[in-house]
Ligand binder design. Structure first.
Ligand SMILES: Nc1ncnc2c1ncn2[C@@H]1O[C@H](COP(=O)(O)OP(=O)(O)OP(=O)(O)O)[C@@H](O)[C@H]1O
Ligand SMILES: [Mg+2]
Length: 177
């Protein structure tokens, strides 16, 4: 068993059981530093209650620097992955077996490729849409190998989900490490 640290999930990988247990990270320090940022703004006469309120409580996990993102993105990402897998069962996805806040996914083998080459391969197969989420497609750790095909392990983002639906078959067919 080993542990991998993502930005919003800590993943316990248990290859012998074929299970990856994805535990949401609650980023309290990020939350506090976001609040401090706004408080500093007030002190310097630049802050507004409306912005403070929106960023701390109202704006959701997909907006950077929000309270919801710091505290709940991990749990929402786990739920989104489980729902997307349940609805599509697409072969370009690592199966997600359940969501209990924590989620349980099929383990994949890491792919041995440097980030630059991986991004270049994805650009060839998927096209310029990869620029919509460079962070995702520049990180081979968001994918892995399952029964000889490339599959995604990190597919919570709605943009990434649409792209995988559109190009999943091509990724499976054309990706060679
Ligand atoms: N099913 C899996 N099998 C094997 N390893 C996995 C699996 N799911 C995740 N991992 C490992 O855990 C790491 C973090 O997982 P994941 O990308 O899903 O979390 P994250 O919080 O969204 O991370 P980030 O935002 O940094 O991409 C991955 O880069 C990968 O190394
Ligand atoms: Mg990831």
């Amino acid at each position: 068993m080993h542990v991998q640290h993502g930005s919003y999930r800590t993943v316990l990988v248990i290859p012998s059981a074929h299970l990856a247990i994805k535990v949401p990270r609650v980023r309290v320090r990020e939350f506090v530093s976001n609040v401090r940022y706004h408080v500093r703004g007030f002190r310097e006469g630049k802050g507004s209650w409306r912005v403070f309120w929106q960023y701390t409580f109202l704006k959701g996990v997909d907006t950077y620097c929000t309270g919801q993102r710091a505290l709940f993105k991990g749990v929402v990402d786990n739920w989104r992955e489980w729902r997307f897998w349940s609805e599509t069962r697409h072969p370009v996805l690592a199966p997600t077996y359940g969501w209990f806040g924590i989620s349980v996914q099929r383990t994949v083998d890491p792919i041995e490729i440097v980030a630059e080459s991986f991004f270049a391969r994805m650009l060839e197969i998927v096209g310029e849409d990869v620029f919509d989420d460079i962070h995702h497609f520049a990180n081979p750790g968001n994918f892995g190998s399952l029964n000889g095909r490339l599959v995604a392990v990190d597919y919570a983002s709605p943009g990434v989900q649409q792209l995988l639906l559109r190009c999943g078959e091509a990724i499976i067919r054309d990706f060679r490490g």
